[in-house]
Design a protein around this ligand. Structure first.
Ligand SMILES: NC(=O)c1ccc[n+]([C@@H]2O[C@H](COP(=O)([O-])OP(=O)(O)OC[C@H]3O[C@@H](n4cnc5c(N)ncnc54)[C@H](OP(=O)(O)O)[C@@H]3O)[C@@H](O)[C@H]2O)c1
Length: 343
């Protein structure tokens, strides 16, 4: 069963992870949230593997410029023209739509790898301009929207011998969601319920839920793609890493507790990023499809998602997600009916 034990966590944290030998030659790769942390380290690995084009996204133009400089400097051997940085602000659906519009116009026809990495942790309940709780939108809804709007590119000129990849950066925190989802499979409106402040979940639980949603999204999207698949979808846990993800909670009790746990057990973001690069490039891809990965291996997702209720819940979450995102952008329902017809 999909359980997380302290010993399995510890043995994974201290293990060196493999870097896939495959080059990124001929590939177009987009990494969302690439200015620091895991996204930056993954981008540097990709950049060093000589992709046709790497697009590293950041929230604004200034961060794009800085990030481009850092990646080019750290990938000195790579043709600088093959790396670019575009703005993408995930707390705004408009920004996601603009990014997809720009990709349609300026991007190459096909996209080989999309890494949905960006993420945020916010201690105080905060709503975005689109009226969603910020972690729910940034960590889940906007990345789901981005994945769907780029799906036609991910599926263009790909084959089941060399499928494209969608890597959703999830977390081992998703193992801790069971109590909050009691009876969630029969809720009328999963996203609407969780979105309200009244739902009452503490920040850590909201973050964990957003990460569980990514695992469910990977599973549901995979179930709707043809078999063998032209697009391999994977939810990846990078492990506990020395990053800035808790920057908004620094001075809180939770932030202090997290800092101690990190000091004791965290790995570098470079090491953690290998999980992402592995899911994006390693050649045993069919085994990863629709799965949750940790330590560069497929492992079981949490007990809740494996249970009968969890399976009903993840289908319901998919339907609710498509319903919400279809209202954000007309292309969503067109893409779903064209590329993911009901089986
Ligand atoms: N570090 C860990 O221990 C750990 C463990 C499990 C999973 N993860 C996941 O790994 C992913 C990367 O996090 P990290 O640890 O590398 O943290 P990080 O250093 O804080 O990086 C997070 C990235 O997401 C971007 N981001 C945050 N809010 C955004 C928004 N509204 N729009 C667009 N981009 C936004 C950040 O940009 P700015 O710098 O501009 O805010 C940054 O590029 C996240 O999904 C996180 O949940 C991390």
């Amino acid at each position: 069963m999909g359980k997380l034990s302290f010993w399995s966590f510890l043995s994974e944290q201290i293990r060196d992870l493999p870097l896939p030998k495959e080059s990124a030659n001929g590939r177009t790769i987009v990494v969302a949230g690439a200015n620091i942390g895991l996204g930056l380290e993954a981008s540097i690995h990709f950049g060093s593997k000589k992709p046709d084009l790497l697009i590293a996204t950041c929230r604004d133009a200034a961060k794009c410029e800085q990030t481009l400089e850092v990646i080019r400097e750290r990938c000195a051997e790579t043709q600088p023209t093959s790396i670019d940085s575009w703005p993408l602000e995930l707390s705004s659906f408009d920004s996601v739509r603009s990014f997809a519009d720009r990709f349609d116009v300026e991007g190459p026809e096909h996209l080989d790898v999309l890494v949905a990495n960006a993420g945020t942790f916010t201690l105080v309940y905060t709503q975005t301009q689109d009226d969603w709780e910020i972690m729910l939108q940034v960590n889940y809804l906007s990345l789901a929207l981005l994945s769907i709007l780029l799906l036609p590119h991910l599926l263009r000129s790909t084959t089941c011998d060399d499928p494209s990849r969608l890597v959703l950066v999830s977390s081992l925190g998703h193992y801790q969601c069971d109590p909050m989802l009691k009876d969630a499979h029969i809720w009328d409106d999963v996203l609407g319920t969780i979105n309200t402040e009244r739902f009452g979940a503490p920040a850590q639980s909201r973050y964990n839920l957003s990460k569980l949603f990514q695992v469910a999204f990977a599973r549901e999207l995979a179930a709707r793609l043809p078999s063998p698949t032209p697009l391999v979808v994977t939810a990846v846990n990078p492990g506990l890493c020395h990053s800035s993800i808790m920057r908004n909670a620094k001075n809180s009790l939770f932030g202090i507790f997290f800092a101690v746990v990190k000091w004791l057990f965290a790995r570098t973001t470079e090491m953690g990023s290998r999980n992402i690069v592995y899911a994006a490039l390693a050649t045993n891809e069919q085994a990863m499809h629709g799965k949750y990965m940790s330590g560069c291996e497929v492992v079981e997702e949490c007990d809740y998602l494996l249970s009968a209720e969890g399976k009903v819940f993840s289908q319901k979450l998919w339907r609710d997600t498509i319903h919400v995102l279809s209202k954000v952008d007309d292309r969503v329902s067109q893409i779903i009916s064209m590329y993911l017809p009901a089986k």
